[in-house]
Design a protein around this ligand. Structure first.
Ligand code: ADP
Length: 618
């Protein structure tokens, strides 16, 4: 009963692969069958990959439907004649009614089993041997009408890998049962002696896992651990080889050389690795040839392409291994990518975005600077133009300026003469003399004011913005122009706001803007009869937060729809006009945060408005 239940557990009919829909078609080619006989358990990754490789090869063929049976003999874990007997009985009855067209035997143990027991179970089936070393002892196991694909990692393979990893190697530790198996690494002693005389070897192939773990924890510096698959520790404990390797690796203080790519990524550094998928595919391909009609004996046994030098990049880094020392043609897996490799796209995209951004920022900064320079240049031009405009205005007004000056000068002369005469009197009237001197001082002051105003008006540089009395600023302009107005027979009038209006700015510039408006007003009324030649300036405080000035005249008004145009540079309707007075006025007012505009009034004439923020708001 116990044996039977054990058998049920271990004997697995693995897969039933239908490779083509043709298999159910009555008139299609006959279905062929493959029996995969594995020496170990199908569920271990290594043997599962072999089986998968065989299935894949069969599937690729596609010439006829194929069914694949699979048996795990599991002979390593179940040694002994009793088990073998029950196994034979089981297989005999299981396959009594099934035709097996080819047996794919995987592993030496499986080959051995077939050598003695095939006749009883599958007497006529041809055999393809896979995963067997090319040794006389193995060839001796082969039955007639068979072929083989060899696969083998030699003891020297492990040594070569160990020397690549530890260039000054002097000592190796052997772990895993296969070191004792004459058909696997059994002859290591001779091989090592030939390859590296004097190599110190610690053979732990018989030692329990516990002992192995202890020993590998404190190995000398120039040593390496050479592992073969470890199924049992000789004390009745069975392992999956991968789990046993992981436990050894946990305590090992030296690099571990391995023999199968199914162990890679479990702390083994790498080595010449058996590739179970290739082993399976190669055996599967040969099996398909046999199913296709070729006699196995006509296919000479050959060495498969199923062992490759492969290493774990993370372990190479851990043990500081120079990849240049690895055997020729080595592959490195799990290579830790550099930051650049890992984030190539991220960094490229981020870098490009940053580059584009930097370019955009640079362009914007450049544009901003160019704009700033243009503004500075425009400002300079404007200020030069304004200066020219002031000089031209002063030139035009030179007659009235001369008049402004001659009046106080003449009065000074008269008063000085009157003073001189008074002094000739034996007892001069001191009170009269004091009055005369007062007049002289006042007239001198008046002349000085005209000169000072003119000097500042003609000055080229801008002055610092100052808080100004808006009413006074406007009145001074009207006063200055009064002489010219008299000469042109124009009445200039101002109506100052009763409120105190304080603005902040450059007095000369603001007065220039106002002056341009008043002069234009005088021009506008010049041709009118005397009673209509009037320009009125009016200041007011608007809504308590803006200074307002209007300059009104009774002229013909602004040309239709030109109330905006007139502020553009060089717009003029006058024969001798330059067309810059209003554009300068606008620039000055806007620079002071204000607004200037013009309108015609229905009763006739034009009104120019200037609105400025109060000093408190600037
Ligand atoms: P200019 O006085 O040299 O022509 P301005 O820039 O001072 O230059 O004036 C531009 C134009 O605006 C004038 O030629 C005129 O057509 C118009 N203009 C300005 N002020 C008045 C006004 N008070 N009445 C009618 N048109 C005016």
């Amino acid at each position: 009963m116990r044996i039977l239940s054990g058998l049920t557990r271990i004997l697995i009919v693995c897969l039933f692969v239908n490779l083509s829909h043709q298999c159910i078609a009555a008139d299609g080619p006959r279905q062929r069958s493959i029996l995969v006989l594995e020496e170990a358990d199908f569920r271990s990754p290594f043997y599962l990959e072999i089986f998968t490789g065989i299935s894949a090869a069969a599937k690729q063929n596609g010439k006829f439907p194929t069914v694949i049976y699979g048996e795990s003999l599991d002979l390593a874990r179940f040694p002994g004649p009793d088990y073998e007997e029950s196994l034979v009985g089981h297989l005999k009855s299981k396959y009594a009614q099934r035709q097996i067209d080819v047996i794919v035997s995987i592993g030496v143990a499986s080959a051995k089993f077939l050598q003695t027991r095939k006749q009883e179970i599958w007497p006529t089936a041809p055999v393809v041997y896979g995963f067997v070393p090319d040794l006389p002892e193995t060839r001796a196991l082969f039955l007639p009408d068979t072929t083989a694909i060899f696969a083998r990692v030699r003891p020297t393979h492990l040594l070569t890998a160990a020397r690549a990893i530890v260039p000054d190697l002097t000592h190796v530790v052997l772990v895993g049962g296969a070191w004792k198996n004459p058909l696997v690494y059994g002859q290591w002693k001779q091989d090592f002696a030939a390859a590296m005389p004097g190599l110190e070897v610690t053979d732990l192939s018989d030692a329990p896992l516990r002992e192995v773990r202890k020993q590998v924890a404190s190995l000398p510096a120039r040593s390496a651990i050479l592992t073969s698959a470890m199924y049992s520790d000789g004390e009745g404990t069975y392992y999956s080889p991968a789990a046993a390797l992981a436990r050894v690796a946990e305590s090992a203080n030296r690099p571990i050389v391995i023999t199968s790519d199914t162990f890679l990524g479990r702390s083994g550094v790498g080595g010449f690795l058996l590739l179970p998928d290739s082993i399976g595919r190669e055996a599967g391909e040969v099996a398909m040839r046999v199913l296709g009609g070729e006699a196995p004996s006509s296919i000479p046994p050959f060495n498969g392409d199923n062992v490759k030098p492969i290493f774990d990049g993370r372990q190479l880094k851990r043990w500081n291994v120079d990849e240049a020392n690895l055997p020729a043609g080595s592959q490195v897996r799990f290579r830790e990518l550099s930051f650049w490799e890992r984030y190539y796209w991220h960094t490229t995209i981020a870098g490009s975005v940053m580059l584009v951004q930097a370019l955009m920022i640079a362009t914007l900064l450049r544009e901003r600077r160019l704009r700033f320079l243009a503004q500075v240049e425009a400002g300079q031009r404007m200020s030069e133009l304004a200066h020219m405009n002031r000089r031209a205005t002063a030139g035009q007004m030179s007659a009235s300026i001369a008049h402004e000056l001659s009046q106080p000068l003449a009065a000074i002369m008269i008063n000085a003469e009157a003073g001189a005469q008074a002094l000739q009197h034996p007892s001069p009237d001191l009170g009269e003399l004091r009055d005369i001197l007062d007049h002289i001082r006042r007239d001198d002051q008046r002349a000085s004011e005209v000169i000072n105003w003119l000097r500042s008006f003609l000055k080229k540089e801008q002055t610092e913005p100052r808080e100004l009395d808006f009413n006074v600023t406007v009145r001074e302009v009207f006063q200055f122009l009064s002489v010219q107005a008299v000469a042109r027979k124009v009445e200039l009038a101002t109506e100052a706001s009763s409120s105190d209006i304080r603005v902040k700015g450059d007095k000369v510039q603001l007065q220039q803007a106002i002056l341009n408006l008043v002069v234009n007003g005088m021009d506008a009324v010049a041709h009118l009869p005397a009673d209509r030649r009037r320009v009125l300036g009016r200041t007011s405080l608007v809504e308590g937060n803006r200074a307002h000035l209007s300059i009104a005249d009774a002229g013909d008004g602004i040309l239709a729809e030109k109330t905006t145009e007139i502020f553009k540079p060089f717009f003029t309707t006058k024969a001798q006009g330059m067309g810059i007075g209003l554009s300068i006025a606008r620039t000055i007012i806007e620079t002071h945060g204000g607004r200037i505009w013009a309108e015609n009034v229905p009763s006739g004439g034009a009104v120019f408005h200037v609105s400025l923020p109060l000093a408190a708001q600037r």
